[in-house]
Design a protein around this ligand. Structure first.
Ligand code: AMP
Ligand code: GLY
Length: 429
């Protein structure tokens, strides 16, 4: 039987991880893809094209980033009769508007931080003044990870609300969501949803701040690991029942059939779990650790999401248990997240974009790299440059391998966190 063909839409680390997972059993074409994918890992099963997704013939389309989802790419592909992993513009509003997301959460009875949606500064100020800190200000719309401020002082929060409402983030900040600050470990719970059936993937943790010890500004994510020792299967099922399934029902009640990955960003507080946000796609870098731990054939599972047959593809409602651990350490450019420096050659990679001196179980996922002449060294070409990902028989071992691999890669000004997955056994009450 000939292999199926999958089109992966996007060009980041998440999409490279998707290509690698899908290439286990399918031929993959990425649009537009990136230099790491084009380096032909896996004997040529991955190719890239500049053609738009509508013009790529494939049996399945997996849309990586939120921007095309919010803009309705899944709807356009479905209108052409294609099978797609990713919600239409209606479902993607969950990520495209934090005000909409909060409204759905409240209607579904899912616990989340107390909040108010404001268009005017005076309203935001009055609400913020009634809260005990920390204070959180979020742009309503998409802001590439720059839309959320967790402020230690009321003054800082008020300034940020004023700046967002006066257009600092353009249309994304026309409305802001102001809310109470919560505390506790975070968990990224990604589920597959075919419109009706919900199947959780292994829970992951993303380290969002730029510096060790969770200091400094938020980034797109500086590293991730999975699974989380403190969440066993029963705890994951409980979170799905309380935090995710009611949202899928609420969407259905509104006539929205959600086929794709639904990502609940949770905070495990002393008062119980709370939803911080929903994303409508795989996380980046969560995809890098969740996908390699998938026991099933990724193509079969994602095709079932697209076709509405997840219930028969995963009859137990549970993906095959895997005891392995995965750790991804993101290597970022100097100056990231504010002003990343690009153009420096990366040392330590071979012509296939992988470690020249391999470490067992380690894959280098490319995000912001370029290879201007299609050969020669890879150059830094983005904020998050590489995701060095290790899979091993435990999180601790994966961590050790990932950092051993990071030590074999260098470029001028490279920065990465030293503490990814360093406290994997943290207890949660
Ligand atoms: P979001 O894009 O809404 O997930 O926010 C990005 C990050 O900001 C989250 O991963 C948290 O680290 C932090 N954050 C968001 N909302 C809150 C909150 N209510 N309290 C504390 N931290 C928050
Ligand atoms: N790693 C966070 C995100 O993908 O939104």
């Amino acid at each position: 039987m000939s292999r199926s063909r999958v089109c992966v839409v996007g060009s980041g680390g998440r999409e490279h991880a998707l290509c690698l997972a899908l290439a286990r059993t399918a031929d993959v074409v990425a649009t537009p893809g990136n230099a790491g994918m084009a380096a032909l890992l896996g004997g040529g099963a991955i190719t890239t094209t500049a053609a738009p997704p509508e013009e790529v013939e494939a049996d399945l389309y997996v849309i990586g980033p939120e921007v095309p989802l919010v803009a309705g790419l899944a709807d356009r592909l479905r209108a052409l009769g294609r099978r797609v992993v990713g919600p239409g513009a209606d479902g993607a509003r969950l990520e495209g508007s934090k005000a909409f997301m909060k409204e759905v959460l409240v209607a579904a009875g899912v616990p989340t931080a107390r909040y108010r949606v404001c268009e005017r500064f005076a309203e935001a100020q009055a609400f913020l003044r009634g809260l005990r800190g920390p204070w959180v200000v979020k742009a309503d719309g998409l802001a590439s990870g720059k839309g959320v401020l967790v402020a230690a002082t009321l003054e800082e929060a008020e300034q940020d609300a004023a700046s967002k409402l006066s257009g600092a983030l353009g249309d994304a900040g026309r409305q802001v969501v102001v809310e109470e600050g919560l505390a506790g470990p975070e968990c990224s719970l990604l589920v597959l949803c075919d419109g009706a059936t919900v199947v959780p993937m292994v829970p992951a943790q993303d380290s969002k701040r730029i510096f060790d010890g969770d200091r400094g500004p938020n980034t797109g994510g500086m590293g991730a690991y999975a699974p989380l020792a403190q969440l066993d299967d029963a705890a994951v099922d409980d979170l799905v029942e309380r935090m995710v399934r009611p949202v899928v029902h609420e969407l259905r009640r509104r006539g929205i059939e959600y086929r794709g990955v639904l990502y609940a960003g949770l905070m495990l507080t002393d008062e119980g779990p709370r939803v911080l946000e929903f994303n409508v796609r795989f996380g980046d870098p969560e995809a890098q650790v969740v996908l390699p731990l998938l026991g099933e054939d990724p193509f079969e599972v994602l095709a079932a999401v697209a076709q509405g047959s997840l219930g028969s593809a995963v009859p137990s409602g549970r993906l095959q248990p895997t005891r392995a651990g995965a750790v991804c350490v993101v290597m970022a450019a100097e100056g990231y997240p504010e002003a990343p420096r690009s153009g420096d050659p990366i040392e330590g990679l071979g012509p296939d974009g992988q470690l020249a001196d391999p470490v067992p179980g380690v894959t280098v996922v490319h995000a912001g790299t370029a290879r201007p002449y299609g050969s020669g060294p890879f150059l830094v070409a983005g904020g998050r440059v590489l995701g060095v990902t290790a899979v091993a028989s435990s999180v601790a071992e994966a961590r050790q391998r990932a950092y051993a691999a990071v030590d074999r890669i260098t470029w001028r000004g490279a920065q990465w966190r030293r503490d990814i997955a360093s406290a994997p056994a943290e207890a949660v009450t």
